[in-house]
Each structure stands twice: as C-alpha cells, then as structure tokens.
Design a protein. Sequence first.
Length: 255
Amino acid sequence: AVATVLSPNVTISNYRNIAKYISEKTNRPTLLVQRKTYEELNILMSNGEADIAFMSTGAYSSYRGLNEIEILAMVAYKKTATYFSQIIVHKDSNLISLSDLKGKTFAFTDPLSYSGHIAILNELHKYNSKPETYFGRYIYTYGHDKSIWAVANKVVDAASIDSMILEHAQKYTPWITENVKVISSIGPYPTGPVVIQKNLPTEMKNALKNTFLEMHDDSNNSDTLNGLLIDRFIEPQPEAYLPLIKDYQQVGDSL
C-alpha cells in the first residue's frame, strides 16, 4: 500500500515497478493499493488489508492501529535518512519567516503529515498560537506537489512541504518550482519507513527485508528508485521516530 505523496501518476508507476520486483524476488503475487490520504493508508494497515506499506514519517508516527506494525527498512537519499520541513512562499513575496505569516493564507499537506502539518503546529506553539488563530485561512491540499502548485500560483501565501518532495519537483517540474522560494527549514526528521504487519511469518519478513536492502544492487531498479528520490533502503532505526510519536500523542486527539 502507498499514499499519494507525489503526484499520482509518478507514484503509481514507480511503486508498481517496486511491487513487481518484490513479486519476482519472493515468488509471490503482489497487489499495489493506492490511497489518497495518510489516514486511509493507516486504516488499511490497521484492518490487516495490506501486508506492507510505504509510509510517510507522519503516517508511521501517528499510527494507532489495531494490528501492530514494525519498520522493515528506511529510505536513504544523498547518504542520509533524514529530511526537513520547509516553508515556501512565492518567489516575489516579501515574506521571510513564519512570523511574517500571521493573518496570511497557508496550505498544509495532510492532517497526519509531519513536514506538512505537525512541524508547523510545533512552531506555532512557540508563539502560543495555533492555525485557527494565527493564519487568516488555511487549507489541506493532500499532496506536497499540490501545495507547491498552490504557492506558485498564489492560491495561498505559503505552505509547508517535505524537502525531498521539493527537490523532486525541482527536478521534474522546474517550471512550477521556479516560482517558489524557501524561507524556513525545520528539522531534520527521519525519512518515511517501509512497514510490515508484525504478525507475518519470520521467514517472509526476512525475505522481504533482504529484497528491500538489496534492491539498489540491481541496476534495473535505478530509474525507479531515482524517480522516488531513493538511493537505497537501509536498516531501520525505530528509535529515531520516538520524539515524533510523542508529538502525535500530544496532538493526535485534536486531528
């Protein structure tokens, strides 16, 4: 299972290739299930309707499902397994920091997104404020690329997005990103993990883990991984998410 973090067409084509590769390596059929929101992805895992999920940092950190999950692997890009939450504005804007955004319009990505929501809630807490009173208006776009588009076309004054998604957009849709600029970077945070149902047989878990950790060794996967800004999958670091899980425990009931 995967949520639409990037544009749907890019997401589905690249993840379909990964699903096919997993099928070939494990000699088992695979079915790729795509959902729009992080909550829908979490529900799939909670109900046991998916065995593996490519989760965002926020989706994993906020997970409270009935079925236990565990991290199988993490994404590494440019020799790091971290990213930043970045606040972007239009290139012609005179806004230079979060403090300038009071009363302005703002785009969040997804209620469960860390870079696209929770990180900003934490920053606003420093101002003893919250979105309802700080921003003149705010919306949820349910896609980092949609948030970039909204800022580039002046639908909103600012947005918070995943730094890796911005880099992806700069690579594939430069005619859009050339109209935005970054005014703040918050983080770093651990990248989104690949998770698995905890009750799967140990033999299957090990086979899947090896498949992910060795995926970058097959040159046939280069274009697919590059298209998702993934250099390789690495051993999981569950402890890296503990501070974020605590954040969601504090604000989760209000989401």
